[in-house]
Design a protein around this ligand. Sequence first.
Ligand code: GLV
Ligand code: MN
Ligand code: MN
Length: 413
Amino acid sequence: MIDAARLHGLMAGFLAHGATPDGGMHRLALSPEDGAARDHLVGWMRAQGLRLSVDALGNMVGLLDWAGPDAPVVMSGSHLDSQPHAGRYDGAYGVLAACEALLAVREAAGASGIAPRCNLAIVNWTSEEGARFQPSLLGSSVFAGLLDADDALARVDGDGVSVATALAGIGYAGRQHCPRPDAYVELHVECGPELERAGARFGVVTRHWGAVKYRLAFLGRQAHTGPTPMAERQDALLAAAQLIVAIGALPAAAAGVLHSSVGRLEVSPNSPNVVPGEAVLFIELRSPQPEVLDWAERAMLAAAAKAAAAARVRQEVRFIDRRAVGVFDAGLIALATGEAAALGVATRKLDTIAAHDAICMIPLCPAVVLNVPSVGGICHHPSEFTKPEDLELGAEILARILWRLCRDGLPAA
Ligand code: GLV
Ligand code: MN
Ligand code: MN
């Protein structure tokens, strides 16, 4: 169904916006590179005759409304933003494979003469990664009503630039309502090693892990690192170091069902000869079991209190973002499994520990995530790679799913 050369051509075209010479991608949310990639997508959507909507968060939807205004909307896509100096496929693959799948479905409909029963929408969600602005899944969370729009627009990056200002800066502070999906299918590279280790080429995500994310500050007293007596220091970074070690040790007590990290640390004033007055930690806890997540959060807070007392500093929680554990739609999982089987491909059922915008669609409509293998399980690194034949397979299965839904209509709820 799909045209593999057209898919690869489309993907190669978007590398102009943020590709790094080592094979990576640097396209932070709402940066000039993200703006250029968005402009490119707008050009493609217009050239294909899709109806474009951009909402207040900059979420972009291109609609092929070929089944009439009352027909259900089947949506597919992902995100064009990337982590800093990361991989080329995380997110962009899902958007561009959806573009190719839409073309393939339109061709299949034309060749068969069958009138489509669903409209097709392609989406690029704003700021999925949570690298420049937190939380992750920003645009899709607001779209789904899980996060207040004003709250999201007021979130600032490390330089104090708000989402609202950054959106206006690249011309994507939209005013429209994007069409709402009646079914949502997101294709993504796995970002983990399970498919490759199992020798599988295709996975369907049945469950997503929950997450608790804290921005926690230790506040000490800025002082000279030389003469200040050791017993009188209030070293915020010392407390941070102790907490980081404690957080890293938590998963050993819940092996296989808890992942933890401190991925970012902001130290002030960050001078070699100043006792740090402030250290801000970006903490993540992820688990498929709510009780494990609760336990880990309590253990982390106890460790923070202990570290603060030991270093004679104060602590302050600045943000908490939570995501509950959830499951994807059984009907779409079965449809994806069946379409893969028709191609002779076995489907492996997966959890996703990485977040995806599809998680936010679960309260709105049947939703699912499809995965193809990441070589070596590598993700959020410039060497992230998926074999061309696996990229094609994922897009082919996606196209077949979209065609089935357009041809047969959505199953009754
Ligand atoms: C993004 O990739 C996340 O999993 O938070
Ligand atoms: Mn992603
Ligand atoms: Mn990512």
